[in-house]
Design a protein around this ligand. Structure first.
Ligand SMILES: C[S@@+](CC[C@H](N)C(=O)[O-])C[C@H]1O[C@@H](n2cnc3c(N)ncnc32)[C@H](O)[C@@H]1O
Length: 245
């Protein structure tokens, strides 16, 4: 799916797709077939551990934006490092029904394209949004909203971990090919910097979106997304870790 397809994803179409997908979602995804939730979750947990302030003694509040059945919250449920309290929001009732079997603090049916959680500010320590941006019509509006819901402090910058679809333009296709070849050959020394520099230089729409909505890019990587069932091609995402200002 490409960013250009977003307009076609009105909420009824999203709900109808995921109503169907909810039946087998948890059986169909595993850490191997869909690693993004585990990678993004581990980045957030690692960054929290590196924090100078002592989060270990307190509850860490997470917002899972487009939580689906709860797969993107799994790393927080299984973490022994912190006491996580996770709130999940999603539009599809049938996905949320399955999420109810997992240890969420709260689940809420929400259309992310609307003004959800109105009048609420600075509630969460971190947010995740995995496999969802493909469907969002107004990215700046959603990013401003997430920023507003993140709790800022003098010595504390809240985190936002997410995946974003990669536009299949000439540059990106060439970069992905070189990068995955280099990873296959395990020549991934300094790959982190290579991806970061490439992203900053060529993904202007996303870097400008982060600046405009008061986020700072901390980390980016190419993450295997899923195998497309029609073309059988491996689809990659940008995996991103941002800090809210
Ligand atoms: C690929 S699933 C990802 C679910 C979960 N984050 C994961 O990683 O397993 C996409 C989810 O986004 C939700 N979604 C898409 N558009 C949405 C919208 N406008 N408002 C709320 N949820 C939406 C769908 O209902 C679906 O559960």
């Amino acid at each position: 799916m490409k960013l250009e397809d977003q307009e076609q994803w009105n909420i009824e179409r999203v709900k109808s797709l995921y109503r169907e997908m909810s039946k087998n979602y948890d059986d169909d995804v595993s850490i191997e077939s869909y690693p993004s939730p585990y990678i993004i979750g581990s980045w957030i947990i690692k960054e929290l551990k590196n924090c100078t302030f002592d989060t270990k003694k307190k509850v860490v509040k997470i917002l899972d934006v487009g939580c689906g059945t709860g797969v993107s919250s799994t790393p927080f449920f299984s973490s022994e490092d912190f006491l996580f309290e996770v709130t999940g929001i999603d539009a599809t009732e049938e996905m949320l029904e399955i999420a109810k079997n997992k240890p969420f603090k709260m689940l809420k049916q929400v259309d992310l394209n609307t003004d959800f959680f109105e009048d609420q500010v600075e509630i969460f320590d971190a947010a995740v949004c995995v496999g969802v941006l493909d469907f969002i019509q107004n990215l700046p509006k959603l990013f401003f909203k997430i920023n507003k819901l993140l709790k800022k402090g003098k010595d504390k910058k809240p985190l936002f971990g997410l995946t974003s679809p990669i536009l299949l333009n000439e540059n990106n296709i060439k970069f992905m090919k070189n990068f995955t070849d280099c990873k296959k050959k395990e020549e991934n020394v300094a790959c982190d910097d290579t991806v970061f520099n490439y992203f900053k230089q060529y993904e202007k729409n996303l870097t400008n979106l982060f600046i405009k909505t008061n986020f700072k890019l901390l980390k980016v990587d190419l993450i295997f997304g899923y195998k497309d069932s029609v073309s059988l091609r491996n689809i990659f995402y940008w995996g991103l870790l941002l800090e809210a200002n």
